[in-house]
Design a protein around this ligand. Structure first.
Ligand SMILES: [Zn+2]
Length: 201
């Protein structure tokens, strides 16, 4: 029987081997899982954020002990995925958390941006704080308008600062050109480490 393992929202997609295949090598207990039987040919396992719940879908006629063996053989993988899943924040949706972040960031972002604009010899641009799904910030250098993702309010303040400097740097240089990175190097020499940290997940 072939298997298919996925981790929800994660980059770590695991192609399983035989249900009875050996793996893990850990002597710990059986991970808890939620079993759903379906008309399907293969076993499939998913570890879901935000709680790291293990969901197993199995063919209607699969034997319980084969399913258990499959789960057990992938125990290490499950534990690893659970660690990732619980660390992965649930994307912001409209609601109380978003409103709280908006209130907090209305207080914290303008002074920080003013500080950096001043340091970089720029006029303070106009600012919007908004929930965005695919970008941490944007800058319209023609309109001199910066948008910052509210999601940053959940992260280390240093990462917010990095995004602010990045967007301000676009007022010098709209493209991610050599010149742009020279501006980043000048004002935030450790920017690459922050970018890595920000895009870690
Ligand atoms: Zn950019």
């Amino acid at each position: 029987m072939s298997t298919d393992l996925t981790a929800s929202g994660a980059r770590d997609v695991f192609e399983g081997s035989d249900a009875a295949g050996s793996g893990g090598g850990d002597s710990g207990g059986m991970p808890e899982y939620v079993l759903t039987r379906k008309r399907m040919k293969h076993l499939r396992m998913t570890v879901k954020a935000p709680h790291g719940t293990v969901h197993v879908s199995a063919p209607v006629r699969a034997r319980q002990r084969d399913i258990d063996a499959f789960v057990m053989s992938r125990r290490d993988w499950i534990l690893k995925q659970q660690k990732v899943a619980v660390e992965m924040p649930v994307p912001l949706t409209a609601g109380p958390e978003t409103e709280r972040l908006r209130r907090e960031m209305r207080e914290s972002v303008p002074p920080l941006m003013e500080y950096w604009a001043d340091r970089m010899g720029l006029e303070m641009p106009t600012l919007t704080l908004r929930r965005m799904t695919s970008r941490w910030g944007t800058c319209n250098s023609v309109k001199r308008h910066v948008t910052i993702n509210l999601e940053l309010g959940r992260r280390d303040p240093e990462l917010l600062e990095y995004v602010i400097v990045h967007e301000l740097a676009h007022l010098y240089e709209p493209n991610h050109s050599k010149r742009f990175y020279a501006v980043m190097d000048k004002y935030l020499p450790e920017w690459q480490a922050k970018r890595r940290e920000l895009n870690r997940r």
